[in-house]
Design a protein. Sequence first.
Length: 99
Amino acid sequence: MVDRLMKVNAYTTLELVDAVAKGHDFETESLAVVNATAKKKNPDCIKLQFELDNMTEEHLPAHMEELRLTPAQAREIAVDLEKHAKRVEKATESGKRAE
């Protein structure tokens, strides 16, 4: 992405993940950057950021989403991600696709 809004470096959580942007009248697949971070000094929240690449469609101009989470919210997401990761691993190991 030429006009990236997020800074991507060695500390970025995930550099390229599959993503889908959906709207009422469109759906576009793309790659995305995902980052979880907090301020180095006096952090007041956890930031979960993501930005889709190559979003040249008129529906969706270049932009970045950012969630500002409390420590409890970040932990709740982490627990849910771990639960779903285990389900997907189990399904893919047994040759079944998770729903």
